[in-house]
Design a protein around this ligand. Structure first.
Ligand code: FES
Length: 256
């Protein structure tokens, strides 16, 4: 896996002035976490291989050009890393602005309100203003204009969860969870740019290879893939970690 520390020869580096030693092969993001430094992120989780798509976790590394993603950059002996600078703050707010510019601004009535990583990260990077067509959403606008409903409609065909493309930030966590956690390969991405969306390739979840394991729902950082019980009665006040007996994989889930 990309982010968790691996066993290997010890590597010593400096992050935000703190000296830390981690095993070779550890990502800069994980090394920072081990030093108690939290780097903003959206596409990385401890459960999945590093992917490097959201560009929120960028850092500055002495001697290295540009601002590499900390989740996909392995540590090197003597590295000097900065995770909080004015430039990084500007870059992260710019990235968040672009995400929010194409996301519904219905947080107060959204089922994920208070439990949404997009919302959390907007706060964490200090986003206060969106310059790019704030309040408009590509899929909603197209739906209002009567475009192909199969392409843009919310999919409630699965009995346990719904899929709302308007809220998708295409971080690929669901696709990767389906592949890496469940080994099902039921999801992919179709389209590019504003048209990019998660797809089962069959039109809806019910008539796809999806086995309803919930790995994609658990991986989703927004309300794009949302349990129907949460939509109906709200976020549970407590969670119990259990092991799914559905198949032989033995995934652990937080159950209501
Ligand atoms: Fe590193 Fe998304 S968390 S690029």
């Amino acid at each position: 896996k990309g982010t968790p520390a691996k066993s290997g020869a010890p590597v010593c580096l400096t992050i935000d002035g703190m000296t830390i030693t981690v095993p070779e092969g550890t990502s800069v993001m994980r090394a920072a976490a081990e030093a108690g430094i939290s780097v903003p992120k959206l596409c990385a989780t401890d459960m999945l291989d590093a992917y490097g798509s959201c560009r929120l976790c960028v850092v500055e590394i002495e001697g290295m050009r540009g601002t590499p993603a900390s989740c996909t950059t392995p540590v090197r002996e003597g590295m000097v890393v900065k995770t909080q600078t004015e430039q990084l703050g500007r870059l992260r707010r710019g990235v968040m602005e672009l995400y929010i510019s194409d996301h519904p601004l219905d947080c107060l009535t959204c089922a994920a309100n208070g439990d949404c990583e997009l919302q959390d990260m907007a706060g964490a990077v200090g986003l206060r203003d969106v310059r790019y067509a704030a309040g408009e959403n590509h899929f909603e606008t197209r739906a209002a204009e009567g475009e192909n409903p199969r392409y843009i409609a919310k999919d409630g065909s699965n009995p346990y969860f719904s899929y709302d493309p308007a809220k998708c930030i295409v971080c690929m966590r669901c696709v990767r969870a389906c592949e890496e956690v469940q080994g099902t390969f039921a999801l992919t991405v179709e389209g590019r740019g504003f048209d990019a969306r998660i797809s089962t390739g069959t039109g809806d979840f019910l008539n796809s290879d999806c086995v309803s394991c919930g790995a994609c729902v658990q991986a989703c950082p927004t309300a794009t893939l949302q349990e129907k019980t949460v939509e109906e009665i709200g976020t549970p006040e407590r969670a119990v970690v259990t092991t799914c007996a559905y198949c032989g994989v033995g995934c652990s889930f937080e159950a209501q």
